[in-house]
Design a protein around this ligand. Structure first.
Ligand code: NSS
Length: 406
């Protein structure tokens, strides 16, 4: 609140945003006008008044106050002041910082993104399916598993819904989920959380090409909805809404081999078989102004379940989708091995124990079908769409290597 010339200007926030409220001396009870002077930042109030258009007000409208009730007068000294605070301070005060216009706006965009995705799933005949969070065998390699003490044995937090989804397609057909996944990522980067929200899809009778098309259709729909309904919010965050139009599918597809060539052209020493890291991705994204797929990764850099290409078994029927502007990988997926013998061979090649995957191998014994799926990192996509510098701002309470509070 500020006061000038016999008017109090109050900025009031609710779940939809902020609005300026003006209280003029003489139009309200004198005692109320005086008492309002002492209102503290973040106090909870109820306002009665008239909504009027006013070009000078932020947002173009204001409320002319006729009555005001204070429900809770906030303590003096609200920790977040109108000055620069470092990121650690704001993360320590995240429970309050989520009230900021920036966080409020991002969280609205995030909710709209998921709402639109669910709409698309509904329109296209998908069923939502849930898998356990406490699991016993890795989906994406042992290095990033979080152990959990499960009574007298060790279990883990899930890295992905996928293995259970592959069981469920035989029951439900096309399925999706939006759920937390966990990765004990030991590196501090701008794009890794230890707990992130994973939007995953699994589709029977679907090959690599089919699963890339599904990603394109889903993103085309979601980007349209965000353009139509969130342009004001995106502009506030520094993202031109027209960018969303520009970044609509179809998306170019390059093979891993072509990515290696590009990296070599860019003067990077990169050997065939190496993993494409974020540094490499950033270089690759310079060549594209829309998202693009990288396909056919070597077996060695992908998890055991990826189907080797029958025409060239050293590469897999896999695809990552990368966002432009340096954001890099936002989805990973592809076609799954559907033959029991081939799956067991790959499990052994990766030095995993087939015993740990017994039920998963079973799926290839009883009515196996070609199938594919993908996982999309919700915070990765929100960071890209909202043009954020760091993934932590795409989620209300980020979990990072050095942060589990608040
Ligand atoms: O490891 S992935 O590439 N693939 C899977 O987990 C598959 N099992 C998904 C599937 O086919 N159903 O992760 C998928 C996506 C990846 O592209 C990122 O966008 C995101 O999950 N991801 C993350 N986001 C934030 N933080 C971390 N640590 C993270 N790891 C992956």
């Amino acid at each position: 609140m500020r006061s000038s010339g016999g008017i109090h200007f109050l900025i009031v926030r609710d779940g939809t945003g902020i609005i300026q409220c003006t209280m003029k001396r003489g139009t309200v009870d004198d005692a109320l006008f005086e008492k309002t002077k002492d209102l503290t930042l973040e106090s909870s109030i109820e306002v009665i008044g008239k909504v009027v258009e006013d070009k000078r007000a932020p947002g173009g409208y204001e409320i002319r106050v006729e009555d005001l009730k204070v429900f809770h007068r906030a303590e003096e000294g609200y920790p977040i002041a109108k000055k620069y605070h470092g990121p650690d301070f704001l993360l320590d005060n995240r429970h309050l910082w989520i009230r900021s216009q920036k966080m409020q706006t991002i969280l609205h965009v995030r909710a709209k993104f998921l709402e639109a995705a669910r709409e698309w799933f509904k329109m296209n005949g998908y069923t939502e399916f849930h898998s356990p969070t406490i699991i016993t065998a890795a989906c994406e390699g042992g290095a990033t598993l979080f152990p959990v003490k499960y009574f007298d044995r060790e279990a883990y937090l899930t890295q992905s819904w996928q293995l259970y989804a592959e069981a469920a397609i035989a029951s439900l057909g096309k399925i999706y989920t939006v759920a937390p996944s966990f990765r004990a990522e030991k590196s501090r980067t701008r794009r890794h959380l230890t707990e992130y929200w994973h939007l995953e899809v699994e589709v029977p009778w679907c090959d690599l090409n089919c699963i890339m098309k599904i990603q394109e259709e889903l993103l085309a729909y979601v980007l349209d909805v965000l353009y139509d309904e969130m342009s004001r919010e995106l502009t506030y965050l520094g993202r031109e809404p027209d960018d969303l139009r520009r970044m609509k599918p179809p998306y170019e597809r390059i093979t891993y081999d072509m990515a290696v060539e590009i990296l070599n052209e860019e003067g990077i020493r990169f050997n065939w078989g190496d993993d494409i890291t974020w540094t490499h991705e950033k270089i690759l994204t310079k060549r594209f102004d829309k998202p693009f797929f990288i396909t056919h990764f070597p077996k060695g850099v992908k998890a055991f379940y990826h189907k080797p290409d029958p025409k060239r078994p050293e590469v897999t029927l896999s695809a990552d989708l990368l966002a432009p502007e340096g954001y890099g990988e936002i989805t990973g997926g592809g076609q799954r091995i559907d033959d029991a013998e081939e799956l067991i061979r790959r499990i052994k090649e990766e030095n995993l124990n087939p015993e740990d995957y017994k039920w998963y191998i079973d799926l290839r014994r009883y009515g196996s079908v070609p199938h594919s799926g993908f996982g999309l990192g919700v915070e990765r996509v929100i960071a890209w769409i909202c043009k954020l510098d760091h993934i932590r701002d795409a989620i209300a309470f980020p979990r990072l290597i050095n942060r589990v509070y608040p």
